[in-house]
Design a protein. Structure first.
Length: 375
C-alpha cells in the first residue's frame, strides 16, 4: 500500500526526488500534510503514481492539489460518498471535491449530498442564515466536438505542411466535415497575391485569411518544432460587424511549425451555439427548487477556453421567462502553473438578474476573491 514515505522521509526529500529540485509555492507543512491525507484516505492513488514512475512538477502538482482538497473535506458530512465515487473514476466527483474544498478555504462548512424534496444535490452551505443549494457539474466535449477537433488538428497540420512561411486563419461556419477540409485545402492552393491579408469567404464552409510571412518575428530555434496551443486572438475581430461573426463564442487552436528556417502558423476556430448551454441549464434545473437559493458551478477545465466561451453562452441563457431557479453560475478551471509548480484555479461568477431567489453577495464576492489567492 502506498505511503507518504515512498516519496521521501521529509518534504525536502520529496522536492529533491519528485519535483526535481523545484519547490512549489505552497508552505512545506501544507504539502507534507497533503501527502499524509493521500496515505490516510487513498493509498491506491499513491500506488498508481508510484507505478508510473514519472517525476516532475507536472506529476506532483496535481498530487499535492488532490491531497490538499482531501484534507480540507475529509470531515465534511457526506465526504465518504464523494470519495467512493472518485475511486470509481467519476470525474464529476473530483470537480465536487475541488469546488467544496475552495468553499472550506473561504470559511464555509458545506454539507455534501444534501436531500431536498427527495432529490439529492451536490452541496449545501449556510450563508448569513440563508441556505444555498449547489450543483457542481463537469461538461465534456461531445463526440461530435471530439471529431471536429480531430479534423481541425488535421487541417492545421496539412495547411502548415503545404504552405510554409504563412499565417493562415480559418473560421468555420459549422463543425468541419471531411469534404469541408478538402474544400479549404483546394481553395488555399488557388489564392492569388491580390487576396493576401484579406478576409475571403468559402460559401457555406468558412471564412479564411492568408498572410505570407516575409519577415520572421523570432529565431526558429525559439519555436517549438510542432505544437497546438490554446487560441489567443481573433484576426476576424476587425471585420466582425460586417461579417456578423460571433466573437466570444468560439473555440479553436493555434499551431506553429518551424522547419528549415521557415515558420508557419495556423489559427483554426469554430463557433459555439447556444443549444448546448440551454440543454445544460435545463438539464440541471430539475435538481433545484424555485423556492430555494441555488448555485450552479461548472468545471470547464476540459473545455478549450472554457471560461471565456461559456460565459457568453450562459449569460444569454439568463432570461425573464426561463432558467430563473439558478441564482448564479460559477465557472472554474484548474491548470498547472510552471513558475509556481502548483495547480491554480481561475473563477468567474455570473449572476442571474432574473433569479427567483438572489444569492448572498458575500458568497459570490468570496468566490471571486479566490482569483487573488496565491495558493
Amino acid at each position: 500500500m502506498g505511503k507518504r514515505s515512498d516519496f521521501g522521509f521529509s518534504w525536502s526529500e520529496v522536492v529533491a526526488n519528485w519535483y526535481l529540485g523545484k519547490s512549489p509555492l505552497i508552505p512545506d507543512d501544507i504539502s507534507w500534510e497533503a501527502l499524509g491525507a493521500l496515505e490516510r484516505l487513498w493509498t491506491e492513488y499513491i500506488d498508481k503514481i508510484l507505478s508510473k514512475g514519472h517525476k516532475g512538477l507536472a506529476v506532483m502538482a496535481p498530487v499535492i492539489d488532490l491531497g490538499i482538497a482531501l484534507k480540507a473535506c475529509e470531515n465534511l458530512v457526506g465526504f465518504d460518498k464523494v470519495l467512493e465515487r472518485m475511486k470509481q473514476g467519476e470525474q464529476a466527483a473530483f470537480s465536487e471535491l475541488f469546488f467544496t474544498a475552495e468553499l472550506v478555504k473561504i470559511g464555509y462548512v458545506p454539507v455534501l449530498g444534501p436531500l431536498l424534496h427527495g432529490k439529492r444535490l451536490d452541496a449545501l452551505v449556510c450563508v448569513q442564515d440563508k441556505q444555498v443549494y449547489i450543483e457542481i457539474i463537469t461538461p465534456e466535449l461531445s463526440d461530435g466536438m471530439k471529431q471536429a477537433y480531430a479534423g481541425m488538428h488535421d487541417l492545421a497540420d496539412r495547411l502548415r505542411e503545404q504552405n510554409p512561411g504563412t499565417n493562415i486563419d480559418v473560421y468555420f461556419l459549422a463543425e468541419p466535415t471531411s469534404d469541408g477540409l478538402d474544400t479549404i485545402l483546394n481553395f488555399v492552393k488557388e489564392i492569388t497575391d491580390s487576396q493576401y491579408n484579406t478576409t475571403l469567404e468559402i460559401p457555406g464552409v468558412a471564412f479564411l485569411r492568408y498572410v505570407p510571412c516575409r519577415l520572421q518575428e523570432s529565431p526558429v530555434k525559439q519555436e517549438p518544432s510542432d505544437s497546438h496551443l490554446p487560441i489567443q486572438s481573433s484576426t476576424f475581430e476587425p471585420v466582425s460587424n460586417t461579417l456578423g461573426l460571433p466573437i466570444l463564442t468560439v473555440i479553436g487552436m493555434a499551431g506553429r511549425t518551424g522547419k528549415a528556417g521557415v515558420i508557419s502558423r495556423t489559427n483554426i476556430r469554430i463557433p459555439l451555439t447556444d443549444e448546448r448551454a440551454e440543454r445544460l441549464m435545463v438539464g440541471e434545473a430539475h435538481h433545484f427548487s424555485h423556492q430555494e437559493r441555488n448555485l450552479l458551478a461548472i468545471d470547464v477545465s476540459r473545455i478549450p477556453r472554457g471560461i471565456r466561451c461559456w460565459s457568453a453562452l450562459i449569460q444569454r441563457r439568463f432570461q425573464p421567462n426561463r432558467n430563473r431557479r439558478v441564482g448564479a453560475v460559477v465557472l472554474f478551471v484548474g491548470h498547472t502553473q510552471t513558475e509556481s509548480a502548483i495547480v491554480k484555479r481561475r473563477w468567474s461568477v455570473l449572476q442571474n438578474p432574473y433569479a427567483y431567489r438572489p444569492l448572498p453577495e458575500s458568497l459570490l464576492n468570496a468566490i471571486m476573491r479566490l482569483n487573488d489567492s496565491s495558493v
